[in-house]
Design a protein around this ligand. Structure first.
Ligand code: GDP
Length: 294
């Protein structure tokens, strides 16, 4: 997943190999290399600086036990700090209301529609009665795409292909969900290639009208710092509840996964690691930190 970053971090820790004690000088060298590795991985500079400063202070402040080498200690501290940086503990999505509404937002191509299907499968597995709603009115193919996914996972999809009013479709979908006993409704929305005001106004209106218990922002992790900036812009307008990082199976450098929580102050809730419906994981900061460290 983050092969390059893991390799560079491993190299950084190796500079401490063979040294018996933690000193200001050897820790400074290693920490500098960790910082460079994070910046190379497209981690926001301020975030990389802050976290490595903390790693350094922690390392110098801790007694090295006889059984733990300086290298091992630094790995442990780095893992703890990366975990904290990514939110500390797992955070679940909130599902409440009758029906509970989950709103999916993000730019076009980020993986919104694919994720909507995956979330449908995930919720169905929990025993919920789910309805997926196709509100991506500008990309007609998205409606068919969602229908195909719904067919694959055995979850009903509500669509009005001729209707160009997302708010109306969503409102009708809620009425349909009530009538048919679907307790959880996942609404896929329209994205654009870049943030634009019309799209934002539309999704803001959807959020206001539907009062979702959870609004998720889907973002392509391969876009690195751009992912973080887009998240910030969406959050300012939408005040979303959680982030979904997609395409973590590609050769992403890892920056978005590491900095998004800290910069936007919203938790990552899911990660998507492929195109298939089962390629979805609940996000665990500690497991991700472990993966980053290889
Ligand atoms: P939308 O425009 O945001 O609805 O994006 P789509 O769901 O249509 O996804 C855009 C493309 O990315 C499609 O070809 C998906 O199959 C692909 N995709 C989505 N999620 C992932 C992922 O986690 N990994 C990979 N490799 N591809 C993905």
């Amino acid at each position: 997943m983050f092969d390059n970053l893991s390799l560079k971090l491993d190299r950084a820790f190796k500079t401490l190999k063979g040294t018996g004690t933690i000193t200001e000088i050897n820790v400074a060298t290693t920490v500098k290399e960790i910082r460079r590795a994070l910046i190379d991985a497209d981690v926001n500079y301020k975030v990389a600086k802050e976290v490595t400063d903390t790693i350094k202070t922690e390392a110098l402040g801790r007694d090295v036990l006889i059984s733990v080498s300086p290298g091992q200690l630094l790995i442990k501290i780095t893992q703890e700090e990366l975990t904290k940086l990514m939110g500390g503990k797992k955070e679940d999505i909130k599902i409440s209301g009758d029906p509970a509404v989950i709103l999916i937002s993000g730019l076009q191509g980020s993986g919104k529609t694919t994720f909507t299907g995956k979330l449908g499968a995930h919720l169905k597995k929990q025993g919920r009665q789910v309805l997926l709603v196709a509100c991506d009115i500008y990309r007609p193919a998205a409606i068919d795409q969602l229908k195909v996914l719904g067919g694959q996972i055995g979850v009903e999809v509500y669509a009005e292909p001729e209707n160009k009013n997302a708010l109306e479709i969503a409102t009708n979908a809620i009425a349909y969900a009530k009538k048919t006993g679907k307790k959880t409704v996942v609404v896929d929305t329209a994205g654009r290639l870049a943030v634009d005001d019309v799209m934002m106004k539309e999704i803001e209106a959807l959020k206001k009208a539907l009062n979702p218990s959870e609004t998720l922002f889907v973002v392509d992790s391969m876009t690195g710092q751009d992912a973080v900036n887009t998240a910030k812009t969406f959050d300012e307008r939408l005040n979303f509840d959680g982030v979904v990082l997609t395409k973590l199976d590609g050769d992403t450098r890892g920056g978005a996964a590491i900095s998004i929580r800290h910069v936007v102050n919203k938790p990552i809730k899911f990660i998507s690691t492929g195109e298939k419906m089962e390629d979805l994981d609940v996000f665990h900061p500690d497991r991700m930190a472990q993966r980053i460290l290889g």
